[in-house]
Structures are given as structure tokens and as C-alpha cells.
Design a protein around this ligand. Structure first.
Ligand code: KIV
Ligand code: ZN
Length: 385
């Protein structure tokens, strides 16, 4: 089994979600929970971005010793200096340095030639390597970059001292097959590639961030980046809980595992949702309210007989107590009877069909049947006798 490192950027890329602004103590609370979840790297913020970001990165680096803490920096010497000041007291200070490489960014944003971009990247990696033991280097908009240029700049920054090479799909544009091909191409065309970890960083604009992250793993990535609940710029980043559970459930296929403490997933998701104010959609994979809820009669009957008929993830795996049977108009007799028993209402066999008919009639008018509805049905039946 290959071990995939998890790089959590909830506090940096995640905080870039429109409308999200975490304060100092909220960031610390999330960082402590990420440590319990056992992520390998926490990207705590962007120290040069603001005084507040600097202070929280510095405090997280000071307090969190169970994993590596990093901060983002542009390829600008003053950004690197600010990051060093914030991170120097960390257990393993790590810098996340980036520069855009795609023609769109080179021409319109940086206004630099390919040669100038390489020169800036090499100069800043060398400068940072004199301070930081570990440098992660990211090619912003890597997926819209010419492959030969990407390979060239990656080789140069490895020679300059980068230890992790990150290939971000900054705008969520790539497809899984293409993303895998980029990793394969780099492994075949960058002479020094075996000296570094390769990292995947996916955005969800086309809803492919998890598929892309998994494709990168199949093509040799050893680190995957993302956020809790998939929060982040625009449509967000790859949701780490989805990635980790997908890898766990299909480790037979991927032959890889993360070191995450999966039982902390549910708690981590709730905390991030509460502190960011970003609700988790009910149908979201792994952490949505309905992720372990069964409503239809056929499914409920199957799950009551044997959970694995319709549950590929056990709720206990992610730290939940149990699944739920939602009683509604699609529910069957089996689940109806089961719930009556669970809440201590025993009904004779000869009454069950009649009571179930009343239940169905009421369920047709209501979205969800509560335990109080069941009690009312039974009481009414008793009174009418
Ligand atoms: O999406 C992106 O390109 C980023 C970089 C700063 C790594 O978040
Ligand atoms: Zn990003």
C-alpha cells in the first residue's frame, strides 16, 4: 500500500471562499481538530496577506506539533521573509511557494516570458532554501501550461532546492485522464523527479476535483491537497473527507491509503461548517445529512436485512453512531414495523396492514414522518376500537 500525504488547505484556500472570514481563535480551533484528524500538513494561511493571517499562522506553527505547518508565499522575497518569521517556530517549517506558469497567466498577469518565469522561480526557491528545510513549489495554473515548459521549470526548481512539486488545477479545468497524463509526463521527462514528492491540488469548477485527485494518485502523486467540506475559491477545492474515504473504500483498486483518523471526519466537517457558516448540502458525499439515510422501502428492507446491500460506507467509519431510516411515502412495511419496535410500540400482527395503510395515506401528504406521527396513528387506532 502506498501512503498518500494529506495537505489540508482549509485555512488558506478554504478561507478564500466568498463570504468566509475566520478569526484567530476559530483558526486555532480548526487547526487543533485537523491535528486530531491526523492530516500530514496544515496550510495555515498566507502570512504576507495581512497582519491577522500572519498572527494566526505564527500561533498555529507554535502550537501544532503533531503535523507540519506551512504558509503560502508568492515568488517575492518579502513574502518569503514574512512566511519565515511566521513559521520558524514550527515543528518542521515548510514553505509553499508558487508562481503562475500558463501562457494566459504569463502574458496577462505576470507579463513575463518563459525564461523570466524560470529565473524568478529559481531565484526565489534558492532564497527560501537557505531558510526552510522543506519547500513545496507550485506551478499555478499548471494544467493550462505547455507540458514541455512545465517539465523544464519543474526540473529547474528541483535543482534549486524544492522538495515537493505541486501541480494545481487552479481553475478546475482538467479531466481525470488528462490530469493523470500530466503526472505521467513529468515522471518521464523530468530527470530529477524521483527526488521529490508529487502533489495534486484540484478545484471543483467542473465537479471533477475528487476524480482528478484519484487519477493523480494512480499516476504517481504521493500528496493530495484539499479542504474540509470542499470549501474554497468559486466551486471550491477537492473535499478531503471524500477523497480519503474514496481511497479507503477502494484501496483494493488504488493500492494506497492516507494516514487520516477517519473517525474524526464527521466532527471535523461539523466544526468547519459551524465556524465558516457554510452549510453542508444534505446530499453531500460522506458528510451530508442524507449520506447515511435510507428512505425507499426497497432500500430500507435491504439495509434492515443486511447493511451492505445499500451501504458501501459504514457510518461508524466516519465517526457517526448509526445510519438513519427516514420514514416517508416511499418507505415499506419492514421499516415501519422496525421503527415502531424501536420506539417501544408493539402492535399485533393482525393490525399491521391497517396501520400501514393509515401511515401511507399520511405520508403522502407529509415530507417526513416523525415518531410523533407514528404514536398518533397507533393511539387513533386504539381509540377507534
Ligand atoms: O489553486 C491554486 O493554484 C492554488 C495555488 C496557490 C497553489 O491554490
Ligand atoms: Zn487552489
Amino acid at each position: 500500500m502506498r501512503r498518500i500525504n494529506i495537505f489540508d488547505t482549509t485555512l488558506r484556500d478554504g478561507e478564500q471562499s466568498a463570504g468566509v472570514n475566520l478569526n484567530f481563535s476559530e483558526k486555532l480551533e480548526i487547526a487543533r481538530q485537523l491535528e486530531r484528524l491526523n492530516v500530514d500538513i496544515i496550510e495555515a494561511g498566507f502570512p504576507a496577506a495581512s497582519k491577522g493571517d500572519f498572527a494566526s499562522v505564527a500561533e498555529i506553527a507554535r502550537q501544532i506539533k503533531g503535523c507540519s505547518v506551512t504558509g503560502l508565499a508568492r515568488s517575492v522575497l518579502t513574502d518569503i521573509d514574512a512566511a519565515w518569521e511566521a513559521l520558524r517556530h514550527g515543528a518542521e517549517p515548510r514553505l509553499h511557494l508558487f508562481i503562475a506558469t500558463s501562457p494566459i497567466h504569463r502574458v496577462h498577469k505576470l507579463k513575463q516570458t518563459k525564461e523570466e518565469v524560470i529565473e524568478t522561480a529559481v531565484k526565489t526557491v534558492k532564497y527560501a532554501a537557505a531558510k526552510f528545510p522543506v519547500i513545496q513549489w507550485s506551478a499555478e495554473d499548471a494544467c493550462r501550461t505547455e507540458l514541455d515548459f512545465l517539465a523544464e521549470i519543474v526540473e529547474e526548481v528541483i535543482k534549486a532546492g524544492a522538495k515537493v512539486i505541486n501541480i494545481p488545477d487552479t481553475v478546475g479545468y482538467i479531466s481525470p485522464q488528462e490530469y493523470g497524463q500530466i503526472f505521467t509526463y513529468l515522471r518521464e521527462h523530468v530527470p530529477s523527479i524521483s527526488k521529490v514528492d508529487l502533489s495534486a491540488h484540484c478545484h471543483d469548477d467542473l465537479g471533477m476535483s475528487i476524480a482528478n485527485s484519484l487519477a493523480a494518485v494512480s499516476a504517481g502523486a504521493t500528496q493530495v491537497e484539499g479542504t474540509i467540506n470542499g470549501i474554497g475559491e468559486r466551486a471550491g477545492n477537492a473535499a478531503l473527507e471524500e477523497f480519503a474515504v474514496a481511497l479507503h473504500i477502494r484501496k483494493d483498486f488504488y493500492q494506497a491509503e492516507t494516514g487520516l483518523n477517519l473517525k474524526e471526519i464527521s466532527r471535523t466537517s461539523s466544526l468547519v461548517s459551524k465556524l465558516t457558516g457554510m452549510a453542508v448540502p444534505a446530499n453531500k458525499a460522506v458528510v451530508g445529512r442524507n449520506a447515511f439515510a435510507h428512505e425507499s422501502g426497497i432500500h430500507q428492507d435491504g439495509v434492515l436485512k443486511e447493511k451492505t446491500t445499500y451501504e458501501i460506507i459504514s457510518p461508524e467509519l466516519v465517526g457517526l453512531q448509526n445510519n438513519s431510516m427516514v420514514l416517508g411515502k416511499h418507505s415499506g412495511r419492514h421499516a415501519f414495523r422496525n421503527r415502531l419496535n424501536e420506539i417501544g410500540l408493539t402492535v399485533p400482527d393482525q393490525d399491521i396492514n391497517k396501520l400501514f395503510a393509515v401511515f401511507k395515506e399520511l405520508a403522502d401528504r407529509k415530507k417526513e414522518m416523525t415518531d410523533d406521527d407514528l404514536v398518533a396513528i397507533i393511539l387513533e387506532e386504539k381509540l377507534s376500537k
